[in-house]
Design a binder for this molecule. Structure first.
Ligand code: DGL
Length: 266
């Protein structure tokens, strides 16, 4: 048994969808969540910059005594997972391998779509992870950079969001994908629009659930699970603008937050 917290981080508020899934699945675990609101978005930034940001936050979390780090951001997973695994002394879980696993399990016709930020799609990380599991699967990947600001703005529906979705997703519709990985923390909030645009036959894959399952597996395999106890703490830390974060947090976390701390990074 190990009662140390799990560290979870993202470029901003979106990774709270992963924190939510972990809290649902592992209710005895304490969590420290860091949202890098000072430097969001990671999606358009270079791999080196995202790696540097991710390393800083992960090092801070390890300094706080976390027993495991979950990289809840797809872009940070795409660019920094290998480096973090090589440098941190605690296990590190990303969202891409779990998302790829869930997609391969759901796929019937051997054609999977992936949508994500420009950085995630350019990295090819999802294609590699999917092909490692199912080499014959065809992958159509599409960057959808405008989805993040639309979600941040709360435009989860309506003409503009529908039009943007149609424009981004048409190649996936034309390619007759049968499952689509929501390869970005923000996209699960757009599920109704995405489902309408892609059609009822297409399965939407949200990696948060599978990432929570992977977290459970790693905790058990390494004897790191916490002892059962009531109401473990969720500590939330941001690098800027806590009030704006707090206003958005409930939509992603599914529960209200008591408060947010601010951390100044270099
Ligand atoms: N968290 C990012 C991701 O999942 C989306 C927001 C950003 O671009 O920073 O890729």
């Amino acid at each position: 048994m190990n009662d140390a917290p799990i560290g979870v981080f993202d470029s901003g508020v979106g990774g709270l969808t992963v924190a939510h899934a972990i809290r649902q699945r592992l209710p005895h675990e304490a969590l420290i969540y860091v949202g890098d609101t000072a430097r969001v978005p990671y999606g358009p930034k270079s791999p080196d910059t995202v790696r540097r940001y991710a390393q800083e936050i992960a090092d801070w979390l390890v300094g706080q005594g976390v027993k495991l780090v979950v990289v809840a951001c797809n872009t940070a997973t795409a660019h920094a997972l290998d480096t973090l695994r090589a440098t941190l002394r605690v296990p590190v879980i990303g969202v891409i391998e779990p998302g790829a696993r869930a997609a391969v399990a759901a796929d019937h016709d051997g054609h999977i779509g992936v949508i994500g930020t420009t950085g995630t799609v350019a990295s090819g990380a999802y294609e590699r992870a999917i092909r490692a599991l199912a080499p014959s699967v065809t992958v159509t990947a599409r960057a959808c950079p405008l989805f993040v600001p639309l979600v941040e703005e709360g435009w989860l529906d309506g003409d503009v969001t529908e039009a943007v979705a149609r424009r981004y997703l048409q190649p996936l519709v034309d390619d007759h994908v049968d499952a689509v990985v929501l390869g970005c923390t923000h996209y699960p909030l757009l599920k109704p629009v995405l489902a309408r645009t892609l059609g009822p036959a297409v399965i939407l894959i949200d990696s948060a659930e599978e990432t929570a399952r992977e977290t459970e597996r790693v905790l058990e395999a390494r004897a790191l699970a916490a002892a059962p106890r009531p109401g473990p703490r969720l500590r939330v830390v941001v690098t800027d603008a806590p009030a704006a974060f707090l206003r958005q947090a409930e939509r992603f976390l599914g529960e209200p937050l008591d408060g947010v701390e601010t951390l100044a990074l270099a």
